[in-house]
Write a new protein. Structure first.
Ligand SMILES: [Fe+2]
Length: 581
C-alpha cells in the first residue's frame, strides 16, 4: 500500500511517501521554492516523493492530510458564542480556514487524477494526532507515553497520549486559546524577532542572560499538576482580536499575538533593528526557564498517568533542543525519542503513519536516520559543475576512493578552511546532518566569526553545533545519549570546552549530533579522518545555506560556494577548492 502524507496550507508544508508502512521519501517544499518555511501546497515535494519511489500518481492508495477541518467544531462554536471575539478575528479565521474543496482541486490538478478519484482516497488526520503519530510510529518503542506541544493546530496546542503497538490513545488535550507555543511566540515577537520560526533564536540568546524576569513571565502562564495549561489572556491578542496570518504561497507570517499590556509587565518591546542588550538577554533566559518549567510539569503529569519510562515528543516545542536535553534529568522518563521534523513539517509523516496504522498496518518502520530527500549522482554533479564558469578561480578534481576523499577534506578542515559538504540524500527536518552541511574545525574559537562574517551573515549570538563520532560521546559530553538528529542539547565536559570552543555555547553546552558508521558512513569517515589528524572526533556542522533554505541541488550548493567566501566544496566525489583563499 502506497500512502502519500502531506502538510498543506500551513507553515513548513511537506510531503512523504510510505510503502507498506515504511518511509520511502520525506521532503519539505521550502527546499524547492527557496523560501524558508514555505506555506501553501507541497506541489514539488509530492512530485519528488513519487519520482524517488518510482511511482505514478495512480499508484497512490491513500492521501493522508494532516488537518481535520471537522475536528472540535462544537468547541470552536462554543468559544465564539462565549467570547464574542472581534469580527476581525472571525474574518481572519474564515480567510485562513482550511478549504477542503480547494485541497481536492489542487490535489487533483497536481496528480492529474479526477477529483472524485482523489476525494475517495483522502484521510483527514487531525493536526495533533498527526504530530503524535509522527513521533511514536517512527520510534523504536513498542510502548511509550507520547506528547505533542505546539502553537496550535485544529484548535489544540498540547496533547498527551499512550502508544502501544499500532494504537495511539489520546488522553488529554489543551485547547485554544491556551498554548505554551503561543507564549514562546509572544515573547519572541516582543523581543523583536518577528519572522515565522524565529523562536530558536531566542533559545540561542537565552544562555547569555540571567532569568531575572522569570517571576514576571510566570504571571503569563499557569500549568497545574495535571498538566493543564492556562494563559493569562489579557496579555495576549490571538483569542480576542484579529491576528494577521498568511499561509499561502510564500513565507508564512503571524502578526503580533501580545497586547500592549505586556509592556506594562516587561517594559518596552524591542523593535526589530534595535540593539540587543542585557535586558533582552535576561528576558530570553527567563522565557526559556519558565517554558522548561511548564513543559516538565506537563510531562510529569503525563508520566503519572501512563507510568511509562519511554517518551516520544513532537510539535514545534519539541524543536526546543535545550529543553529536550533536560527531559531525562527533570522528569521520570528515562528514554526519549524525537524525530528530526518535529515541527509542522513532521505532520505530513504523522498523517501517513496514522493512516497506515488506522488500517491495521504492521509496525516495522523505525526512523534511525534523517536522510529521506533527493540525491544526485556523480554524473549529475559533474554536469552542474561543468555548466559553471570557474576558470582561474577554482581548482577541481575527482577523488573516487572514499578514504582518500575524507583524508583530503579533513586536512583542509584542520588547516582552517570552511568546507561545503554535499553528499547523498538530503536531510528531512530543519537540521543539516552531514549531507547538506558546512563543516569546519571546532578547535578554533575564531571559527564562529569566520563563518558568520564570510558565509552565513547571521546573528553573532547564535551557536554552532558539533557533529561527534558516536564512540566519543561520553568523552566529550555529560550524561548525553546518542542523537542522530541534533535535537538535544547537553553540557560539554568542562575539560573539553577549550578543546572545541567553536561548538561550545556560552553556557558550556552543545547541540550535538552523534554520527555512526551505520547511519552515515561517509560523514563518519570524514570525522574519523579529522580525528586521526587532530585527535578530536568532532566537526563544526552548520547547515549548507546563506539565509535561505538548506541547499537541495548541486547547482544551489555551487552557487552558495561561489558567492560566499567558502574555501572548499566537496560534492559526491568531486572536490573544488578556491585558488585565492
Ligand atoms: Fe503543530
Amino acid at each position: 500500500m502506497l500512502i502519500l502524507g502531506i502538510n498543506a496550507y500551513h507553515g513548513d508544508v511537506a510531503a512523504v511517501l510510505l510503502h507498506d508502512g515504511a518511509l520511502v521519501a520525506a521532503i519539505e517544499e521550502e527546499r524547492f521554492r527557496r523560501v524558508k518555511h514555505w506555506a501553501g501546497f507541497p506541489e514539488q515535494a509530492i512530485q519528488e516523493c513519487l519520482r524517488i519511489a518510482g511511482a505514478s500518481p495512480a499508484d497512490i492508495d491513500r492521501v493522508a492530510v494532516s488537518r481535520n477541518p471537522r475536528a472540535h467544531l462544537w468547541r470552536k462554536a462554543m468559544f465564539a458564542v462565549r467570547n464574542r471575539p472581534d469580527p476581525r478575528l472571525l474574518a481572519d479565521r474564515a480567510r485562513n480556514a482550511f478549504n477542503v474543496t480547494r485541497l481536492y482541486t489542487r490535489l487533483s490538478e497536481s496528480l492529474a487524477l479526477p477529483v472524485d478519484h482523489v476525494r475517495r482516497r483522502i484521510d483527514f488526520v487531525e493536526h495533533h494526532p498527526a504530530h503524535l503519530a509522527s513521533s511514536f510510529f517512527a520510534s523504536p518503542f513498542e510502548e511509550a507515553a507520547v506528547c505533542a506541544i505546539d502553537g496550535f493546530g485544529d484548535f489544540v496546542s498540547t496533547s498527551s497520549a499512550s502508544g502501544a503497538g499500532s494504537r495511539l490513545r489520546v488522553s488529554d488535550r489543551v485547547f485554544f486559546p491556551h498554548s505554551l507555543g503561543l507564549l514562546y511566540l509572544a515573547i519572541t515577537q516582543f523581543l523583536g524577532f518577528s519572522r515565522y520560526g524565529d523562536e530558536f533564536k531566542v533559545m540561542g540568546l537565552a544562555p547569555y542572560g540571567e532569568p531575572i524576569f522569570a517571576d514576571r513571565i510566570r504571571q503569563l502562564v499557569h500549568v497545574d499538576e495535571d498538566g493543564e495549561v492556562r494563559l493569562n489572556l489579557p496579555y495576549f491578542s490571538h483569542w480576542s482580536q484579529g491576528v494577521a496570518m498568511t499561509w499561502d504561497d510564500g513565507e508564512p507570517s503571524i502578526g503580533p499575538v501580545f497586547t500592549p499590556l505586556l509592556e506594562t509587565l516587561l517594559g518596552p518591546a524591542r523593535q526589530r533593528d534595535d540593539a540587543l542588550d542585557a535586558r533582552h538577554e535576561a528576558m530570553a533566559a527567563s522565557l526559556q526557564l519558565v517554558h522548561e518549567e511548564c513543559v516538565f510539569r506537563v510531562l510529569r503529569a503525563l508520566h503519572r498517568r501512563t507510568r511509562q519510562s519511554r517518551l516520544c515528543l513532537a510539535g514545534g516545542c519539541a524543536m526546543n533542543s535545550v529543553a529536550n536535553g533536560k527531559v531525562r534529568a527533570q522528569t521520570p522518563f528515562s528514554e526519549v525519542y524525537i524525530q528530526p521534523a518535529s515541527g509542522d513539517n513532521g505532520t505530513a509523516l504523522g498523517a501517513a503513519l496514522h493512516s497506515w496504522h488506522a488500517r491495521g498496518g504492521r509496525r516495522e518502520f523505525v526512523m534511525t536516520h534523517g536522510y529521506w530527500g533527493p540525491e544526485f549522482d556523480n554524473d549529475e554533479i559533474a554536469r552542474d559543475i561543468h555548466g559553471v564558469d570557474t576558470a582561474g578561480r577554482v581548482a577541481r578534481q575527482r577523488i573516487d576512493d572514499e578514504e582518500t576523499l575524507c583524508q583530503w577534506t579533513a586536512e583542509r578542515i584542520a588547516d582552517g578552511k570552511v568546507v561545503g559538504w554535499f553528499q547523498g540524500r538530503m536531510e528531512w527536518g530543519a537540521r543539516a546532518l552531514g549531507n547538506r552541511s558546512i563543516v569546519a574545525d571546532p578547535r578554533r574559537a575564531d571559527m564562529r566569526d569566520i563563518i558568520n562574517t564570510r558565509i552565513k551573515f547571521r546573528e553573532k549570538f547564535r551557536p554552532f553545533a558539533p557533529s561527534i563520532a558516536v564512540e566519543a560521546l561520553d568523552e566529550y559530553f555529560v550524561d548525553a545519549v546518542p542523537d542522530p538528529f541534533m535535537i538535544q542539547v547537553y553540557p560539554v565536559r568542562p575539560d573539553k570546552r577549550e578543546v572545541i570552543p567553536a561548538v561550545t555555547h556560552v553556557d558550556g553546552s552543545g547541540r550535538l549530533q552523534t554520527v555512526s558508521r551505520e547511519s552515515n558512513p561517509r560523514y563518519w569517515c570524514l570525522i574519523e579522518a579529522f580525528r586521526a589528524l587532530t585527535g578530536v572526533p568532532v566537526l563544526l556542522n552548520t547547515s549548507f545555506n546563506e539565509n535561505e533554505p538548506i541547499v537541495h541541488r548541486p547547482a544551489e550548493a555551487l552557487d552558495c560556494f561561489l558567492r560566499t567566501n567558502m574555501d572548499v566544496l566537496v560534492m559526491g566525489n568531486h572536490v573544488l577548492e578556491k585558488l585565492s583563499n
